[in-house]
Write a protein that binds this ligand. Structure first.
Ligand code: UDP
Length: 341
């Protein structure tokens, strides 16, 4: 099987490329490194079955030769990233997705869309199953990500109905693990970076909001199962074990042995209050279930971060800088503070 992975230089994408190569597939990785990093895939160049194409799929997604599947992961996915690159985020979710669907259609390939739990917005139904249509603010700062992924789902569904493309939609919930960037701005990478640097852990809001965190190896197993399946979805992929942000901070402090204090910051605009996936569909249709608990997953992630002290120190400084920058990066202050325009 020869698989194209868009966003293959990113956190999730690079793990997916690796998993596919390890089981003997050929992989064509497409990335423009807007949020991915060449270091994430440097070790994959040792595989003769690995190819890399430097491209922005919003502009072009062409792969010469045979192709059996396309996994479309390319997109900024961290809130500070998509708030920094709103137009690029909309472009890759819309034009980028269409270019990748056309690619899959030309090759008669399976197409798997990496959508997101953000399609549920700030959910009014808890936990979230795939039948829930969501509660999304279409003009708030997060809308660039939420709506582009909702559009990507609509476009993928239309390509399935209109052109018979073998489309599968995955809604990926919060995922963490090695290769997250220390300065990424997401909660797990930020807390680990801060704890290892002796900096305060920055809690947004009162810390009572919840997320359900899935270890990257589990998640990637689910994406591979979806690539192998004719299932259309949408299917939720995530770990249903739900934690408050404060509980996560305490877990990170315990695992790192850090004495960092907790520091409270304003809550970003439209930050979802609760999030937990119902995963019975993925369980029934893909036979998929996450194995790695949060303590074990965090331990493995902390180990990876701790082995990169220079990156962690630089990441801690960048996070501090971003926050001193008026919380603009999280949409918590200034003109972005309101849910409207
Ligand atoms: N968060 C936090 N401190 C941080 C980064 C994030 O308290 O330094 C919170 C954020 O407000 C949200 C949750 O942690 O409620 C998860 O945020 P993340 O950016 O990881 O992902 P999201 O689920 O919001 O896309």
């Amino acid at each position: 099987m020869r698989v194209a992975v868009t966003g293959g230089g990113g956190f999730l994408g690079s793990h997916l490329c690796e998993a596919l190569l390890r089981r003997g597939n050929s992989v064509v990785c497409l990335d423009n490194f807007s949020t991915g990093k060449p270091e994430n895939i440097a070790h994959l160049k040792a595989y003769p079955a690995f190819e890399f194409i430097h491209t922005d799929v919003s502009t072009a997604a062409d792969v010469p030769g045979r192709l059996d599947a396309v996994a479309h992961l390319a997109s900024p996915a961290s809130p500070p990233d998509y708030l920094r690159w709103p137009l690029e985020t909309l472009a890759v979710g819309s034009r980028g997705t269409e270019n990748c669907l056309r690619l899959a259609r030309r090759h008669g390939a399976r197409f798997v869309l990496a959508s997101t739990s953000e399609v549920y917005g700030d959910p009014l139904v808890h936990p979230q199953d795939e039948g829930y249509w969501g509660n999304v603010n279409p003009v708030g700062p997060r809308s660039v990500y939420d709506e582009s992924k909702r559009f990507a789902e609509a476009l993928s569904a239309a390509y399935r109905r209109t052109h018979g493309v073998n489309v599968g939609i995955l809604r990926i919930f919060n995922t963490y693990g090695p290769r997250m960037r220390p300065q990424d701005g997401r909660v797990v990478s930020s807390f680990i970076t801060q704890a290892l640097s002796g900096e305060p852990l920055t809690i947004y809001g009162d810390g009572k909001q919840t997320r359900s965190f899935c270890f990257v190896d589990d998640l990637v197993r689910g994406i591979v199962a979806m690539l192998d399946s004719p299932e259309g979805g949408p299917l939720n992929l995530g770990n249903p074990a739900e934690r408050t942000v404060t509980e996560l901070a305490e877990l990170v402090l315990g695992i790192t042995g850090s004495t960092s204090e907790l520091q409270y910051h304003p809550l970003p605009v439209d930050d979802p209050a609760r999030r937990r996936p119902v995963i019975t569909r993925a369980q029934d249709r893909l036979g998929w279930y996450p194995d790695v608990g949060i303590e074990e997953g965090l331990r493995r992630t902390v180990e990876w971060f701790a082995a990169r002290p220079r990156d962690v120190a630089a990441g801690a400084a960048a996070i501090r800088g971003g926050q001193e920058d008026g919380a603009r990066a999280v949409g918590a202050a200034g003109p972005a503070a309101e849910s409207g325009l």
